[in-house]
Ligand binder design. Structure first.
Ligand SMILES: Nc1ncnc2c1ncn2[C@@H]1O[C@H](COP(=O)(O)OP(=O)(O)OP(=O)(O)O)[C@@H](O)[C@H]1O
Length: 276
């Protein structure tokens, strides 16, 4: 189905449900970004526009507000992070502090440095200045990649579990249970390269939670998820938060920001440095 007609239909349906103009703009922009990045058919990903609009309306009506801050100990502290690629300063003096029991959303325009910040927090990239402190175990779900083409899901689980000295059987069990929570019930025989994009993301997400991290870094982990999985994903995030984890999630979904405790908007970085 044509993407533009589907988005136009979505906008009309959202208006019909009485959704406010800001929310409509955000939801449509988010769907457009997802469809552009994935190249998928809107009908296949979201279903009929009227159904998706109804689900969004329902989600907005029933959105739990973020729990009041229950300041646990600081589990992630990024201070004064500056990162340059060549002459371009992508991050300038960025601070992010996340405590146990908090979800922080990192938002901002394409290319403003969200993934770069997460990679730095994960220790996969070095800042030009600033430092990151992590208390406890770290889990990281990258925006892309992260899976090995010729390994099956179970083999991914075993590989990640081995890093925590889990037995093969235990790794498989934890991995399959986490996958089932995302509505993926048979993650057994298919090698990663033959999984759909959304299912590969489920595998990535499952791996990032498999070692029960204290700090969980998620870089747009829901890309390609269908609606049911998306709902399960947020339920799972809240469960982890309530279990005392510190979670950072990169998101374009501004409708979800009332569900998190902190928002770091990297778009608004003024030249010359900003404390957030
Ligand atoms: N290894 C690299 N070398 C050079 N430039 C890079 C490198 N990695 C990222 N960049 C650039 O840094 C900027 C920030 O990239 P980043 O992926 O962090 O943005 P983002 O906010 O996550 O974007 P998006 O919303 O599109 O995912 C971009 O202009 C990107 O091209």
């Amino acid at each position: 189905m044509n993407v533009n007609s589907w988005l136009a239909a979505l906008e009309i349906e959202l208006r019909r449900h009485g959704i406010g103009p800001d929310n409509i703009a955000n939801v449509v922009a988010e769907a457009a970004t997802h469809l552009r990045d994935s190249g998928e058919d809107p009908y296949a990903v979201f279903g009929p526009a009227e159904h998706y609009a109804a689900a969004v309306a329902e989600s907005i009506r029933t959105a739990p507000t973020a729990t009041p801050l229950r300041p646990g100990p600081v589990l992630l502290a990024a201070r004064g992070i500056t990162k340059r690629y060549g002459r371009r300063t992508v991050l300038r003096d960025v601070d992010l502090t996340v405590r146990a029991g908090q979800i922080a959303a990192v938002v901002g325009a394409n290319g403003c440095g969200k993934s770069t910040l997460l990679r730095i927090c994960a220790g996969l990239d070095s800042p030009d200045s600033g430092e990151v402190t992590v208390a406890g175990r770290l889990g990281y779900c990258p925006q892309q990649g992260g899976t090995l083409d010729y390994l099956r899901a179970d083999e991914h689980f075993v590989l990640v579990g081995a890093g925590r000295e889990l037995s093969r059987a235990r790794s498989r069990q934890i991995g399959r249970t986490a996958a089932a929570q995302l509505g993926w019930n048979e993650p057994v025989d298919t090698v990663a390269r033959n999984l759909s994009g959304g299912t590969r993301q489920k595998l990535n997400l499952t791996m990032s939670t498999l070692t029960e991290p204290d700090v969980l870094l998620l870089d747009e982990p829901y890309q390609g998820f269908d609606r049911g999985t998306y709902v399960n994903f947020w339920d799972e995030l809240w469960r982890l938060r309530d279990a005392g984890k510190a979670i950072v999630v990169v998101t374009h979904l501004l409708t979800q920001l009332d569900r998190v405790n902190l928002v770091l908007d990297l778009t608004s970085a003024p030249v010359g440095g900003a404390r957030r």
